[in-house]
Design a binder for this molecule. Structure first.
Ligand SMILES: Cc1cc2nc3c(=O)[nH]c(=O)nc-3n(C[C@H](O)[C@H](O)[C@H](O)COP(=O)(O)OP(=O)(O)OC[C@H]3O[C@@H](n4cnc5c(N)ncnc54)[C@H](O)[C@@H]3O)c2cc1C
Length: 421
């Protein structure tokens, strides 16, 4: 269908979280005024909200009770947080409650009460259609033009659509399987937008650690300290559960620090993560405690004695480095040797170094860092200064949230604001 002669009120590129929210708020404001909206969503995939339906392991962690500026990473962090505060987590929860999605909370993480992510997609889709939004799927936008105040977007099947206003909600480059291949950035760059080079964020990291084979599949709670160049130059710290795999590490603290590690590597710097498996105990106390446990056990095999304190796969890997046999008792060694080796073991447990060599790529990332710079956007309405009438919402902008519902919160907030205007 060539729609080029119809000039719509608004075209929304991308029917993800931000696009559906923008369509809803655009239509609602018109319907509240007794009017019918003329809003079109152009979605590249065969259905809207494919990524939204996969969020939070299928449960959709849609926002978080804890909010802080640091949860939203951006070159314009203050501005990002001011925007969030204009339609915050509480307003978001009450917005969804009012359209029939009640929420439940675990440790601050908010989910729909039915714990099904597709609830958001299905309910928003029904709502926007009933308010007058036309959804066109398999419409991948390949070009945007603005002539005499009218935006015309062309799709890969050569159809084109025109509107007085345009909202770009095409997401970033993370998880391209859901339709976000990042090609929108080339289109925007061609139009003259300043884009911070998109890179993966919230993804696993690769390492050349010699322990990986032995530790594959092991999950451990620890404090993670990301360092740049030197081990004493710590640039980010977070505690939580990490997961070892054949080629790297992941888990929430690693996902959260991944964007910083990726940037260090992109700048040609070396970086690594120090893992502290006993963050609540100082080195000396740990050393004394391990010594007393081992020595008091007399004939007991050292490995077995310590396995209640330290994951046995980790212990076996570390024992290979020190001169202690997992199956021998402390009695086999002289006191000086055993104290020395326990000191080395304690040091490793407090400061286990994992060199970072790369990331697991956009394919495995949950979000994108970089994108359209916020400086070019009016925070009151998400409108571009350069192209009046053109608005932005969601991951396409230079904001990447931490794990915990912050990326969706950014999409809801900006979609809501852009749609209303
Ligand atoms: C596996 C996974 C789990 C996640 N879990 C969570 C979570 O629990 N909580 C959380 O806060 N965040 C989560 N995220 C991140 C979150 O899903 C995204 O940040 C959020 O969906 C971004 O919303 P958006 O609308 O900006 O983009 P998207 O939801 O990515 O939507 C963009 C849409 O635009 C379409 N599109 C792209 N380019 C074009 C084009 N040229 N023409 C037409 N259409 C186009 C795409 O097909 C897509 O449907 C997760 C991400 C992944 C991959």
């Amino acid at each position: 269908m060539d729609n080029s002669r119809t000039i719509h009120d608004k075209i929304i590129i991308g029917g993800g979280a931000a696009g559906l929210m923008a369509a809803y708020s655009a239509c609602k404001i018109r319907s509240d005024a007794g009017d019918v909206a003329d809003v079109v969503i152009l979605e590249g995939k065969e259905n809207v909200g494919k990524k939204l339906s996969a969020t939070g392991n299928g449960k959709c962690n849609f926002t978080n009770m804890y909010q802080d500026k640091s949860c939203y990473r951006s070159d314009s962090q203050d501005k990002a947080y001011r925007i969030i505060n204009s339609f915050d987590n509480k307003k978001t929860i009450s917005f969804f409650y009012n359209i029939g999605i009640m929420s439940t909370e675990r440790k601050g993480y908010c989910y729909p009460i039915g714990e099904q992510a597709r609830t958001f997609r299905d309910v928003l889709k029904e709502r926007v259609i009933s308010l007058g939004t036309a959804i066109f799927t398999e419409k991948r936008v390949v070009d945007i033009d603005k002539t005499e105040g009218i935006f015309t977007v062309t799709c890969s099947d050569s159809t084109s659509y025109s509107a007085r206003k345009l909202i770009v909600c095409a997401g970033g480059a993370a998880a391209p399987v859901f339709g976000t291949d990042g090609s929108i950035f080339n289109i925007l760059e061609k139009m003259g937008f300043n884009i911070i080079k998109p890179k993966p964020a919230l993804c696993g990291l690769k390492t050349d650690s010699k322990y990986l084979k032995q530790l594959d599949g092991v999950r451990l709670k620890c404090k993670c300290s990301l360092y740049s160049e030197k081990e004493d130059n710590i640039i980010y710290q977070e505690s939580g559960e990490i997961i070892f795999s054949k080629n790297g590490i992941s888990g929430i603290p690693i996902l959260n620090l991944s964007r910083f590690a990726i940037n260090e590597l992109a700048d040609g710097k070396k970086c690594g993560v120090l893992l502290d498996f006993f963050p609540d105990m100082g080195l000396h106390k740990l050393k004394d405690y391990l010594s007393s446990v081992i020595i008091s056990c007399g004939d007991g095999a050292i490995g077995v004695v310590l396995s209640a304190l330290i994951n046995d796969k980790l212990l076996k890997a570390l024992f290979k480095e020190i001169d202690i046999d997992y199956d021998s008792s402390a009695k086999v060694y002289d006191v000086r040797t055993i104290r020395n080796e326990i000191k080395k073991l304690s040091e490793k447990l407090k400061s286990f170094n994992v060199n970072i060599t790369g990331d697991t790529g956009f394919e495995n990332a949950q979000t994108t860092q970089g994108g359209v710079i916020l400086k070019e956007i009016d925070e009151k309405n998400m409108e571009s200064y350069k192209y009046p009438g053109m608005y932005f919402a969601g991951e396409v902008l230079d904001v990447d949230g931490m794990c915990g519902g912050y990326n969706l919160q950014w999409a809801w907030t900006t979609g809501y604001i852009a749609g209303r205007n």
